[in-house]
Design a protein around this ligand. Structure first.
Ligand SMILES: [Zn+2]
Length: 182
């Protein structure tokens, strides 16, 4: 198995959606960019438009080599102590208050059921060690769950796992989820 060398200083590949300029940058620059303090170094496009600069696969990064995906260790951080859990019940973790809120959504009284269905049909999100740690820190900051216990999982894909060739944009929604059917 391939275990990548951990490097939190590794630069991120970027590409401007407006002028197609490509460059590499670090977390500090990305923070300033997302605050509106930095723009595309070539054309000045900022973070507020659809053609904003975004992450771009660096072609020389070994993580993007399709033939190595099953042979590489991947990582996932979760607040679940037992993961993956075939008997996972998303409703069990909700407060009574949240459950009651769902009763007022829609007209058929089945909003909670549909939410639970979506939670158990989500695609699994794996990444590098650095991205798994980064994701955990982001959730602690943005989702107000800094008191929660996090668990770091190291994942090995089955040899028969299907791999879509090439590098694609992640089809995540605003909370970072992807439904398996997508
Ligand atoms: Zn540009």
């Amino acid at each position: 198995m391939i275990e990548r060398k951990v490097n939190f200083e590794r630069l991120r590949g970027m590409r401007c959606g407006s002028c197609s300029y490509e460059w590499k940058t670090n977390d500090k620059w990305l923070d300033r960019f997302n605050q509106g303090e930095e723009t595309c170094p070539s054309c000045g496009t900022d973070c507020q438009v659809e053609e904003r600069p975004n992450f771009w696969a660096a072609q020389d990064d070994p993580s993007y080599d399709d033939t190595n995906v099953q042979a590489t260790y991947w990582y996932h951080t979760s607040t679940h102590s037992s993961w993956p859990d075939p008997n996972f019940d998303p409703i069990a973790r909700l407060s009574d208050e949240t459950r009651q809120k769902y009763q007022h959504i829609g007209t058929d009284g089945r909003a909670l059921e549909r939410w639970a269905q979506r939670q158990t049909s989500k695609a699994l999100h794996l990444g590098t060690y650095e991205s798994a740690i980064g994701n955990m820190l982001r959730r602690m900051k943005d989702q107000d769950i800094s008191e929660d216990q996090f668990y770091l999982y190291r994942v090995q894909l089955r040899p028969d796992a299907a791999i879509e060739p090439g590098v694609h944009k992640e089809p995540t929604n605003w909370v970072g989820d992807v439904q398996l059917v997508e």
